[in-house]
Design a protein around this ligand. Structure first.
Ligand SMILES: N[C@@H](CCC(=O)N[C@@H](CS)C(=O)NCC(=O)O)C(=O)O
Length: 125
């Protein structure tokens, strides 16, 4: 079972690599604004999880530079996710808006939708 899961993971990573979306290109000043928007975010994820790959592709296509945290191999990050996020499930987006305001958003669909909403919000200001 472990071997099958491992092999499936490698296939997912290979297909992802071979079909990677092109990143959006923005003027530097616009990318700086987007980078500021994502600066308080980090994605807790597993390298070969298909839901995490989906979110990473979503980020890449939109050129969203969000810090990746390995919640599978790094025990401190895994513990952080469980303690503050509430469960060991990935992907999970940690969103820090200020020193007291931190949100933990689970589910790949919700994360992708949230990121698009944030981008739309930037365009409208
Ligand atoms: N519906 C969720 C599914 C997420 C999911 O099932 N993630 C798996 C990894 S692929 C997980 O976190 N499993 C918990 C574990 O392995 O401890 C999503 O779209 O994000």
């Amino acid at each position: 079972m472990r071997l099958i899961r491992f092999l499936l993971g490698r296939i997912i990573l290979l297909v992802d690599f071979l079909s990677r979306p092109k990143p959006a290109v923005r003027e530097k000043k616009d990318q700086d604004i987007v980078d500021r928007m994502t600066s308080g975010m980090s994605l807790y994820q597993f390298n070969a999880c298909p839901f995490c790959v989906k979110v990473r592709r979503h980020m890449r296509k939109r050129s969203l530079n969000i810090e990746l945290k390995d919640a599978k191999n790094d025990i401190d990050i895994k513990n952080e996710l469980v303690e503050y996020g509430g469960k060991h499930k990935v992907p999970c987006l940690r969103i820090q808006t200020d020193s007291e305001n931190i949100k933990w958003l689970y589910s790949s669909d919700d994360i992708c939708a949230f990121l698009d909403l944030e981008l739309d919000r930037l365009k409208s200001v």
